[in-house]
Design a protein around this ligand. Sequence first.
Ligand code: ARG
Ligand code: ZN
Length: 881
Amino acid sequence: PTIRRIDYQPLAWTVQSVDLHFTLDAKATVVRNRMHCERRGAGPLVLMAEGLTRVSLTVDGVEVAETALRETDTGLEIDLGERDTALVEVVTQINPSANTELSGLYHSGGGLYTQCEAEGFRRITCFPDRPDVMARFTVTLEADMAAFPVLLSNGNLVDSGDLDGGRHFAIWEDPFPKPSYLFALVAGDLVVLERTEKTRSGREVLLQVWVEDGNLDRADHAMDSLVHSMRWDEKTFGLELDLDRYMIVAVSDFNMGAMENKGLNIFNAKFVLAKPDTATDVDYEHIESVVAHEYFHNWTGNRVTCQDWFQLTLKEGLTVFRDQQFSADMLAAAGGESARAVKRIEDVRMLRTAQFPEDAGPMAHPIRPDQYQAIDNFYTATVYEKGAEVIRMLHTLLGAEGFRNGMDLYFSYHDGQAVTCDDFVEAMSEANGVDLDQFMRWYSQRGTPRLLAEGRYDAAARQYTLTLTQQRPDGDEALHMPVALGLIGPKGADLPLTLAGETSAGATTRLIELKDTSTTLVFEGIDAEPVPSLLRGFSAPVILELTEDDRRLAFRMAHDSDPFNRWDAAQRFMVRVILAMTADAAKGVLPQVPDAFMTAFGALLHNEKLDPAYRAVALTLPAEAYLLEQMTPADPVALRRALIVLMRSIGERLGDSWLGLDARLSVAGEYRYHPTDAGRRALRNLGQRYLCAAGVAKGVERALARATGEGHMTDRFGALAALVHSPASAEAATALADFERRFAKDALVMDKWFAIQAGAWRWIDSAEPALARIEALMSHPAFSLSNPNKIYALFGAYFRANPAEFHRADGAGYRFWADRIRDLNKRNPQVASRMARVLENWRRLTPAQQALAREQIEALVGEKDLSPDVREVLEKALGKT
Ligand code: ARG
Ligand code: ZN
């Protein structure tokens, strides 16, 4: 069924407080739930329930009569007559071991864990499982002491002790009312890393990171990240931790990244565990940002939550923006402003690779969707990443101080409430005295807007005229769009900008607020034709269309003072070159790399004034997914041929430079996670990729030594990736075998090993296709179909990171995909649906590939037992809904 935003209605009954009692057992857990309910309007008490065995149900101590009870598709309704309050008690039994969906209460590695967002709580007990029902929770956990020595839930521990028969209990009380999606419990044999800190106001708080025995030496970075997050939120937004205790728990089986349950965050282990031998710089960076993200949710998400799930971006877009700002500040503090720019570039790269294709396909939706079938399908790049860009635009328009004032007002109005995106934007508007009505359109329009730019120089009048035109995909109304821009003079320096009618020259970068479909700006006192640098810092999530020849792009690659745009100029040049080369490859012509491009690329590489971290992002080719997005039709096989030629010539023609850098960039001393060191390692690893791609003997030799040596994981994995993505197949095989031998028992590290092979390119036609390797790896002892990380590593990397192999001409990739979806659909619909989405843009492929893909999608849609999650994705892909 389709759920619509406009149908929102408050429930007739709410829950004031709830007492939960769990008798925990891996196979038969009994949940006694006492709800103190209160009437808010006319109608029955509505409870959601899914897959529960109901043992008993009473109201005010009396068993509910059949006639007062109605079973519905989503649960049950109880007629409570004329009462205004009621004590409703329901006892249910569940089987955590049979819960392969990993939603609700489930079993993992001997422990019990919960995941309730969005609708998992109804799989634990009957409850009005909606975010606008906020109740105070008291939770009693009772379990066998040997099997489950640690018992955790939200809030503060108020009592614990032993019981007869080798059992024990713990009672947890959360002082803050919360929606059921923030409920959590953990029971298992875990060890803890602890630290006490004082909050800004001087309260002592206990911080804990719980992990499986044997992983305690991998918890420090998560703990440090937590402390840094606390400090940052105090300083930046005046927001303090509100509990006496804050817990992070790592679990191996988890559908997504992590979950912000009140005071008890549960994390996918890969976003907690790190030590130099097992985690790369990128892993360290991700851990820091996910820990921060979940911590920041405590205010933006938990203290103020969503009225309904259509408002998801209210908490997610805002919290992603907050974690991006936090990481940028952390990076800048340690590595300078250039490190901040690198972070912005990485965030935009991700938006363009993941969100732009989503917004151009059948799953396109506004950051606040108007309808859905399965809410779990809407935890998307659009809601999260584009949502964060929308918040960033507010920050740009209002300034840091104005934004902070808006946040303060938002909390003063809505602390403890479940609200909407309108409430947030209204607080921003009121605090700053600005009209944001037009800005609200960002919440209701889907698709990536285009910004067309045209410049004209008039030498006689010394004027430069710039016309900016918005183009919205659905022909919607004009957006309120902040555009930061500058003009670069012929010598490469920014010009001070004077708009017609202004008396004195202003800054070199100006923020223009577009509100109309078309805006013309006239700059005066311009002595020679300038080069425009538009949308600096990516000031709005749009596609900028500006005609620039190779000379201009090379000029901006060398001179644009905005580090984001300088990077973007390189990306644009790369896109142009790669698309031309791909067109040749598709015609069977051997693609050539233009000299002008190699010169501009080499100039960036040799520019020692630029930090290594910056050069690493600037010299990385655009992602294949982003490139395919620019091609009509998308031809992954031809694209791959072009990329192989390009990578080879970058390695060959700049071989000596890369080898020289490799020696110069080595980092002395013990590994530390630091942006300066990480930048050096990143550029070195990138050079290694190009050198190995070109088969430069010295490069291959060094890579093999590093991949099999005694260094840390960033070097080891960088070298392994370079070899696997190269024609040096013998060395790649040696390195893979060495890696497997070392890490066979380390699940998280083995995920890297699976993923790198699933993503492997074929450098010579006779090489083994990725699919053959993947099929063999499915029976590897370290692989498991019930672990989401393994699915994402082996299948996800193939479907998403290896388009040329997945979209093979014989359609075997699609048949393999359909078989995986069929199987995963039965085990875990959320994971299945994420994997199903990899073919949603099948209509962009060549006609032959379209036919092969369609056949598999249609076959799947024809099946009876498809979960609503997978069905929604596939039907949309076929244009059926
Ligand atoms: N709120 C979590 C986070 O962003 C993600 C929960 C995802 N839930 C889901 N059903 N996909 O940190
Ligand atoms: Zn989140």
